[in-house]
Design a protein. Structure first.
Length: 240
């Protein structure tokens, strides 16, 4: 710093730049301005469940898969849509054809939700070793959501990252990043055409915003089977 020669006790620790904690998961770097818990605790469920996968796969950034969408909806409605399985057969015909809707499962943990998509017969699946709790399952996709707006969609070809950024009460930015582990599997299975799935989801969540703004709207009940993730998310919002 120039012209500070006569300043007493300079520099001191209070003059340093701010430092923020960081963490690494499979080459992805995370940080937080004001974390409520350590990074290892926050990422723990993903790290433990996917340990077999991360030790065998190297992710490479694919800039051609990056997207930046601005959607006319509230960010929480986007998350709601991600966390429920109701809409898949009705909105995502192609995705529904490669997933076994009847075996779609939802698991809750403290800071997020894991949804597991089971592949239809003959569709692309993970090669899961016997040391995984998912050994023997025909898994087409792991859909991880971590509060408040991070989604790690893990497919046999790699990872699609969604970062949900609230811009206003009725505008949300969704940033996509793509990381490829097996290019030979691109374009196949549950992660075969993410752009199409995204456009279909945008149509739904923008319609949801118009719906909840209606004077006739009132909240409904939660489906115990298909909206466990949504209910968990809403309880987290109340606690925060």
């Amino acid at each position: 710093m120039p012209a500070f020669e006569n300043v007493e006790d300079f520099p001191s620790s209070v003059d340093n730049l701010k430092q923020f904690p960081t963490g690494d998961w499979n080459g992805l770097i995370f940080s937080s301005i004001n974390p409520e818990k350590s990074f290892d605790e926050w990422i723990g469920p993903v790290k433990e469940r996917m340990a077999w996968w991360t030790t065998r796969k190297e992710m490479k950034r694919d800039l051609s898969r990056d997207r930046d969408w601005v959607i006319e909806t509230n960010w929480a409605l986007y998350v709601d849509n991600y966390l429920e399985g109701f809409h898949i057969p009705f909105v995502h015909a192609d995705l529904n054809s490669v997933l076994d809707y009847n075996d779609y499962t939802t698991e809750l943990f403290e800071d997020g939700v894991l949804q597991i998509g089971i592949a239809s017969e003959g569709e692309q699946t993970f090669d899961i070793p016997n040391n995984s709790p998912d050994y023997g399952k025909k898994i087409a996709a792991y859909y991880w959501w971590l509060f408040p707006g991070l989604m790690l969609n893990i497919y046999p070809w790699g990872v699609s990252v969604n970062i949900v950024v609230p811009e206003s009460v009725d505008k949300t930015r969704v940033i996509y990043q793509g990381y490829v582990t097996d290019p030979d599997k691109l374009g196949q299975g549950a992660g075969g055409d993410l752009d199409k799935v995204e456009i279909e989801d945008q149509f739904v969540v923008e319609g949801c915003l118009r719906g909840v703004r209606s004077s006739a709207y009132d909240r409904g009940r939660y489906s115990p089977e298909m909206e466990r993730g949504v209910h968990h998310f809403h309880r987290m919002l109340i606690r925060k």
